[in-house]
Write a protein that binds this ligand. Structure first.
Ligand SMILES: Cc1cc2nc3c(=O)[nH]c(=O)nc-3n(C[C@H](O)[C@H](O)[C@H](O)COP(=O)(O)OP(=O)(O)OC[C@H]3O[C@@H](n4cnc5c(N)ncnc54)[C@H](O)[C@@H]3O)c2cc1C
Length: 338
């Protein structure tokens, strides 16, 4: 393994924030991971893991050791009449796994096409889009404990998945390196086209015969037209989670803002569209220097070039404060702040 000091990180995070890691190493095998996470020196310095860097905001130079997960491999590990169990190593690109499933006509993750980042991070925040979340197809994951080097298998229940949440962002934060994830995919796909603009896009393209590939292609076209491409404008996708409030608080807000956007959840609460709140608070398209709020997607904060992580975080806290003051609603970052 090659340990590098003062590794530049601008190319390793989709926000394009220029900072450094005091120490950096790429890991390509399970034994690399085990060697590092049981090393007393690195344990005392602190270990952080990175995949595609598409869900982090770097607000300062990183101390300790940054471990770049490059474990590779995609394999079918089991199958039965209904399902295929597809195991992917943590360093595989998530979209490559989706394309693997699409090529084989296995259903379940086509709605999650084109989400940036790696397999290892997919369960971290239970990635989701267009009505599907990882938890819907999750079978198990393997992770190596930082400290003991022990390999543990986590079931769906162990992961405690919730909206953009898992046990790895909460109780077990910073305690494991995820090394593989196994997804349960359907041989006879069940399609979910009800969310977002998928149906309109399929109709626009004249698709009447639904296939895994047709849906994946539609999602790719929608995402490409709607979301800023990080290689052109630095960003980490949605910066904030959509907040949930009680039905009575929602009714109060509706009295003042009849056009407020909210989805009634089965439990009775209401999930608000954070983008709507941010736009209403006046930030959509806002820009100061190289930091801004995207002109088409208020939920996406952007780095137009040389913004620092603290510039972006200053805008984020400004938005949080203004939304709190206007609506009494707390916005929580979806992005991991480092
Ligand atoms: C344009 C754009 C669109 C996006 N759209 C969506 C979307 O539709 N839905 C969605 O859910 N997300 C979306 N995201 C966010 C992001 O793509 C996902 O969160 C993705 O899973 C992050 O993967 P990553 O490898 O880049 O993680 P990183 O940014 O590298 O890491 C994210 C977190 O996971 C931890 N981590 C990463 N790998 C491991 C590992 N192997 N073991 C332990 N911890 C690990 C890191 O320490 C960090 O805390 C979008 C981002 C962008 C830039």
């Amino acid at each position: 393994m090659k340990f590098i000091q003062q590794q530049p990180l601008q190319q390793l995070n989709t926000f394009g924030i220029a900072t450094t890691a005091a120490n950096y190493v790429k890991v390509t095998s399970l034994s690399d991971v085990q060697t590092i996470v049981t090393d007393r020196y690195w344990l005392s310095e602190g270990i952080k893991v990175i995949g595609g860097g598409s869900n982090i905001l770097l607000t300062q130079p990183l101390d300790g050791l940054l471990v770049h997960n490059q474990l590779k491999g995609i394999n079918v590990v089991a199958e039965d009449e209904q399902f295929v169990y597809l195991k992917a190593a943590a360093g595989e690109q998530w979209h490559d796994v989706v394309m693997y499933a699409v090529a084989n006509n296995w259903g379940g993750i086509e709605n999650l096409s084109l989400i940036p980042g790696c397999v290892g991070a997919s369960p971290m925040q239970n990635i989701g889009a267009y009505g599907i979340e990882i938890k819907d197809v999750f079978h198990a994951l393997e992770a190596i404990a930082i400290g003991s080097g022990e390999m543990i298998t986590f079931s769906q229940q162990d992961c405690q998945f919730a909206y953009r949440e898992s046990v790895f962002k909460r109780a077990l934060k910073g305690q494991y390196v995820i090394v593989s994830v196994t997804y349960q995919l359907r041989k006879q796909p069940i399609f979910n086209t009800s969310y977002g603009a998928i149906e309109q896009e399929l109709a626009r393209a004249g698709i009447t015969n639904l296939t895994v590939k047709a849906i994946s292609d539609a999602v790719i076209r929608i995402r490409t037209s709607k979301l800023p491409n990080p290689s052109a404008i630095g960003n980490a996708g949605s910066f904030f989670k959509n907040p949930t409030i009680s039905a009575s608080s929602f009714a109060q807000l509706q009295a003042t803002y009849p056009e407020i956007v909210g989805y009634h959840l089965p439990q009775g609460d209401v999930k608000l569209a954070a983008g709507w709140l941010i736009e209403k608070a006046g930030f959509k398209g806002w820009r100061s220097g190289d930091v801004g709020c995207h002109s088409k997607q208020a939920l996406v904060l952007v780095n137009y070039g040389n913004a620092s992580g603290s510039d972006v975080w200053a805008l984020a806290t400004n938005i949080i404060d203004k939304v709190q003051a206007m609506f009494g609603v707390s916005l929580e970052p979806e992005v991991n702040i480092w």
